[in-house]
Design a protein around this ligand. Structure first.
Ligand SMILES: C[S@@+](CC[C@H](N)C(=O)[O-])C[C@H]1O[C@@H](n2cnc3c(N)ncnc32)[C@H](O)[C@@H]1O
Length: 235
């Protein structure tokens, strides 16, 4: 590690100019979220202090660009939001969306509730629980899109997400380099769970490191499911 890096370790990252392109006239909200994460988020152990110098490049921007694959006015459920990724940057970038954040840990949902109230983000609701729990399934309507980042391997993620996606809706999982391998390994099991057309997509190509996604479509009907099984497709 160079002296230069040591000197900057833990220092908040300045707002990158490209953030304006992603958050538009809501950039001040994104800056406020970055401030809260840097202060309360670190203090309460929701993010590591090492994340502070890369809060924008590794987290806020990479999650904000998810907006590119979400249609106008869609409903979104973010499974395993943790400190709010990707759900909060998405809600900041896209006030037209209705977003539900799900996480089982009280410490995290308390923080999320506070962020939602203080920014404020009236388009966001926080639900405490495991995505697969009956109480959670009762509390939320199946959404157009179910997002997640760093929550579970694809098959488990699909098992938790599928019941939360409306027929014809999408699974959108932020993944790293493992995306194609995860699809090759799990597509048959994922198809049995009712999610087809799995593909790897990139969004945020304006960023130095674009965001890699796995996208799949929830089977709409029993006939749709039979068709997918017959053709034995990853599609
Ligand atoms: C590694 S963290 C990632 C947090 C956030 N998505 C991010 O990218 O920073 C995984 C999160 O998934 C949550 N989680 C684990 N199992 C879950 C489940 N069954 N349903 C919903 N959330 C879950 C954990 O509480 C944790 O907040």
């Amino acid at each position: 590690m160079t002296d230069d890096v040591e000197q900057h370790e833990g220092q908040p990252e300045a707002t990158p100019p490209i953030a304006g392109q992603i958050f538009g006239d809501r950039l001040a909200l994104a800056e406020e979220y970055a401030r809260v994460l840097t202060e309360e988020g670190v203090l309460r152990g929701l993010i590591g202090p090492r994340e502070v110098p890369q809060l924008w490049t590794r987290h806020l921007l990479n999650c904000g660009v998810l907006s590119e694959v979400i249609e106008q006015d869609e409903t979104v459920i973010d499974v395993g939001s943790g400190a709010g990724f990707p759900g909060i940057p998405l809600a900041i970038a896209r006030p037209d969306l209705t977003i539900t954040l799900i996480d089982p840990l009280l410490r995290r949902t308390t923080f999320l509730d506070e962020v939602v109230a203080s920014l404020p983000l009236p388009n966001v609701t926080v639900v405490r629980g495991r995505a697969e729990e009956k109480a959670v399934l009762k509390a939320v309507e199946p959404a157009d899109v179910v997002t997640s980042r760093a929550v579970a391997p694809l098959e488990r993620l699909a098992r938790w997400s599928a019941p939360l996606i409306r027929g014809g809706g999408r699974l959108v999982a932020l993944k790293g380099r493992s995306a194609a391998d995860e699809i090759a390994r799990d597509w048959e099991k994922v198809l049995r769970l009712g999610i087809r057309d799995l593909r790897v997509e990139e969004c945020g190509t304006i960023l130095e490191t674009p965001t890699t996604l796995i996208i799949g479509r929830r089977i709409e009907s029993a006939r749709d499911a039979r068709g997918a099984r017959k053709s034995g497709q990853r599609k």
